[in-house]
Ligand binder design. Structure first.
Ligand code: NDP
Length: 450
């Protein structure tokens, strides 16, 4: 355990005030103890020391002009964390909470997630503290163009391939791709999550949410159970949450909650998904307006959340799908879930559960799918988009969805068999971290000290 403390202590000195990043590193390092002890090669090659240090961190100014002629300046980031397995790959997040710590934790997680997919992709992440809420289309476009005026020189189909994340969907990818094309003069797969009209992949939009639900189903199959008839709590109401709910309905389960930054929606008879799509994908409005069409549902504003957690996890249900953001599920939330009958958690979001909450799930021995395994369907399908772009092919929805299911099955099998190999059969955190680490670390050793 000493190297965990010394690594974190060193990071606190060299990368101060990055608590989300330390949290992500600590979670991974704790799982790696058994393999590091038995494999001196990893220590002599300073794999941990090299893994926690990004290969490259790019930070830049993003100046832009709003509709009234006022000038704004945001921070832009791209962390190119590790390219042992392939070009850097990971999304861009536009949210006011973005800072170097958040982007680094996301980039660090991405290394392991991408390794788990078995595909040739390294780990990276980026974004800005820009808040897209309430901004006009013209403002969004000007911001994206300014962001790309710097980022274009660092990305490309064989170097670094960004995609979407919180606050970055097809519209933003379109504006950024357009500016990339203008600046480079090249029409190439430098982004994924593109529109279907110009190089996007069918099923990419659905992939992260669908993948988290496929992963849940594979966890349940281990216990000869299925999702059919299960009542499910979902958080978030964005890309991942919406398509997790869609797949839950398709597999006979019922999502009864979702949430946004304003509050939590609870609808006992089942969330009206068509209405959520209209509110979020169409109107870009608050979930609170759902009640106008469904007076029997409840909306709990954020101000009324319990002090120690979040309203969305405080209802009776069989399963939980956190699909909003990091640290949105606390220890008290985890205890409430278990007390209210929850037997499964599958994470669509990145690091949604705090370490204390994860310990509650592991101690209770419920089926717990950590984000880097359960939400890897998004990046895996991004790689399928890259493969289609590179070979100038277009696969059908069914072809992509079938590959996605197979990839999620492989990820589950890999995490599960590795957990068993290390004597902790229920611990998919340990299984996912060790399996991913082995792939990256072995590649790093073979490529020398770079
Ligand atoms: P979206 O922007 O589409 O949706 C995010 C949702 O979460 C929105 O409903 C948003 O509320 C809510 N939310 C965001 N931040 C907060 C916050 N601080 N407090 C409360 N609610 C919040 O993003 P995605 O669905 O793409 O991403 C959701 C999660 O999934 C993230 O953790 C992301 O990293 C992860 N992920 C996404 C992938 C993808 O392919 N998109 C791939 C793998 C992981 P509001 O509507 O009010 O803004």
């Amino acid at each position: 355990m000493n190297y965990i403390h010394s690594t974190i202590a060193q990071l606190k000195k060299t990368s101060p005030a990055q608590c989300e990043f330390y949290q992500a590193v600590e979670e991974v390092l704790e799982s790696l103890e058994p393999i590091l002890e038995n494999t001196p090669d990893y220590q002599t090659n300073a794999i941990i020391e090299r893994l926690v240090e990004p290969e490259r961190q790019i930070m830049f100014r993003v100046p832009w002009v709003d509709d009234k002629g006022n000038i704004h300046v945001n921070k832009g980031y791209r962390i190119e964390f590790n390219s042992a397995l392939g070009p850097y790959k990971g999304g861009l997040r536009f949210h006011p909470s973005v800072n170097a710590s958040i982007i680094k934790f996301l980039g660090f997680e991405q290394i392991f997630k991408n390794a788990l997919t078995g595909l040739p992709i390294g780990g990276g992440k980026g974004g800005s503290n820009f808040d897209p809420k309430g901004r006009s289309d013209g403002e969004i476009m000007r911001f994206c163009q300014s962001f790309m005026n710097e980022l274009y020189r660092h990305i490309g189909p064989t170097t670094d391939v960004p995609a979407g994340d919180i606050g970055v969907g097809a519209r933003e990818i379109g504006y950024m791709f357009g500016q990339y094309k203008r600046l480079t003069g090249r029409y190439e797969g430098a982004f994924t999550g593109k529109s279907l009209l110009w190089g996007g992949s069918l099923a990419r939009k659905e992939a992260t949410g669908y993948g988290a639900v496929y992963f849940a189903n594979y966890m349940l199959q281990e216990a000869n159970d299925t999702l059919e008839g299960k009542r499910c709590l979902v958080s978030g109401a964005g890309n991942v949450a919406i398509y997790a709910m869609e797949k839950l309905y398709q597999l006979g389960a019922t999502p009864i909650s979702c949430s946004d930054s304003g509050g939590t929606l609870y609808h006992e008879s089942g969330i009206d998904l068509a209405l959520i799509k209209q509110i979020k994908e169409g109107d870009r409005a608050s979930l609170a307006s759902y009640i106008d069409s469904h007076p029997d549902a409840r909306f709990i504003p954020r101000a009324d959340y319990p002090e120690d957690g979040h309203a969305v996890w405080r209802f009776n249900a069989d399963a939980a799908f956190p699909c909003a953001t990091q640290n949105e599920l606390t220890q008290a939330d985890a205890q409430a879930l278990i007390a209210n009958g929850c037997i499964l958690v599958s994470e669509g979001a990145n690091m949604p559960a705090t370490q204390d909450a994860i310990n509650v799930f592991l101690d209770a021995k419920i089926a717990y799918g950590p984000g880097k395994a359960a939400n890897a369907g998004g990046v895996a399908t991004s790689q399928l988009e890259m493969a289609q772009n590179a070979s100038m092919q277009t696969w059908t929805f069914e072809e992509v969805d079938t590959k996605l299911q197979q990839i999620m099955k492989n990820i589950f099998d890999t995490a599960s068999s590795t957990a068993k190999e290390f004597g902790q059969p229920n611990n998919l955190v340990l299984g996912a971290n060790i399996a991913a680490f082995r792939r990256v670390a072995d590649a790093m050793i073979e490529q020398g000290v770079v």
